[in-house]
Design a protein around this ligand. Structure first.
Ligand code: OTD
Ligand code: ZN
Ligand code: ZN
Length: 347
């Protein structure tokens, strides 16, 4: 039985770092585990230009713990007003690793997002030509559509037509949550890949309501059924390079989680790699962990895997830590679901 595993240092291909005191408080958790991360641009206001991205990148670098080589990979927030020529210019200086599509209103800080995909066709044209990936939050926002069906409906209503119009646009279908999305990605050629989060590998929608409503299990897209989770686990552990890790770690102050209109987002950075490792172990697929966490994403983004390694061990007793920590005046809670965690980073 495996109780220790060493893998190439992972990367996080989908991360929210925020800014200011929150950035300073959360970054060390990520930097301890991951070599690089695709940093999501949904700040308030969002990162929409090369200058904003470069300044944000500098703030992240400045917030790194002493001695850390963690590398933030910046992204651009796509709006109805994004100028295709700005994207071309940004590409020339390699400012963005991806451009992010948030359907307006779909998730936290997405109010400036795209109101109709047709509005950004000229931008997508340039991206397809230059090979810049489109990172997609795949949910429709139609209030008439059941919240648990929003990803599936997005595939039909947006993704399939989009793919038809842009056959060679690189698309990352972010944070998959349902079997239908897994099946869709499996059906596509190499231009479509997907990220999977630790929490969607662990949770089902039952966890939102277990022992009373729990806002710390609430994120968007919301966790789905046991069957959906099974499909996600199979995809992640399959060794198929279309699927790789994006934690979608998204910190919020406890005061914003524990209120009417609780914010969506799960802060999982500290326990992310432990839970992913545990899922692979329980699926009997530990040898495939490294591909999912440390190789396939880098390959898709045209980068080499990291040059260092990390080691995780399985403890006899569940991992315990201070689940609450301070970000300035605020408190933040670490992802600690009902499933005990046994794997932890030791080196
Ligand atoms: N989902 N929360 C956030 C982002 C993600 O859709 C996402 O990527 C956030 O707080 O930024 C969330 O639930
Ligand atoms: Zn999203
Ligand atoms: Zn996200």
């Amino acid at each position: 039985m495996n109780t220790e595993i060493t893998i190439i240092r992972p990367d996080d291909w989908h991360l929210h770092l925020r800014d200011g005191k929150m950035l300073a408080a959360v970054l060390p958790y990520t930097a301890k585990i991951y070599g690089r991360a695709i940093v999501m641009p949904n700040l308030m206001p969002p990162i929409t230009s090369v200058n904003e991205a470069e300044e944000y990148r500098r703030r992240i670098i400045a917030a790194r713990p002493e001695g850390s080589n963690f590398e933030p990979l910046m992204t651009c927030y796509l709006t109805d007003a994004t100028d295709p020529e700005d994207i071309r210019a940004a590409c020339a200086v390699k400012a963005f690793h991806a451009v992010k599509l948030f359907p307006a209103g779909a998730t936290t800080n997405s109010d400036n997002g795209v109101t109709s995909i047709k509005n950004v066709y000229p931008v997508l044209e340039v991206m397809q030509e230059l090979g810049i990936p489109l990172s997609v939050h795949g949910e429709v926002v139609d209030p008439e559509v059941d919240i648990f069906d929003r990803e599936a409906v997005f595939i039909e209503k947006v993704l399939i037509p989009l793919r038809k119009d842009f056959p060679e646009l690189k698309i990352i279908f972010e944070h998959l949550t349902c079997k239908k999305a897994v099946d869709y990605v499996l059906d596509q050629d190499e231009f479509t890949v997907a990220t999977i989060t630790p929490h969607h590998l662990v949770l089902t929608r039952n966890d939102l309501f277990k022992g009373g409503m729990n806002p710390y299990m609430y994120c968007l897209p919301v966790a789905k059924t046991f069957e959906d989770r099974k499909a996600l686990r199979e995809a992640a552990t399959s060794g198929n390079e279309k699927f790789f890790l994006g934690t979608d770690s998204a910190p919020h102050a406890c005061k914003n989680k524990e209120k009417e209109g609780a914010f969506a987002g799960i802060f999982n950075a500290p326990t992310s790699i432990g839970y992913v490792t545990q899922v692979f172990e329980r699926c009997g697929e530990l040898p495939r962990l490294e591909g999912f966490t440390s190789i396939f994403g880098a390959r898709f983004y045209g980068l080499s895997p990291n040059g260092s390694t990390i080691t995780l061990t399985k403890r006899d007793e569940p991992v315990s830590m201070n689940w609450l920590f301070k970000a300035g005046e605020d408190e933040v809670k670490i992802f600690n679901p009902d499933t005990p965690l046994y794997w932890e980073l030791v080196d």
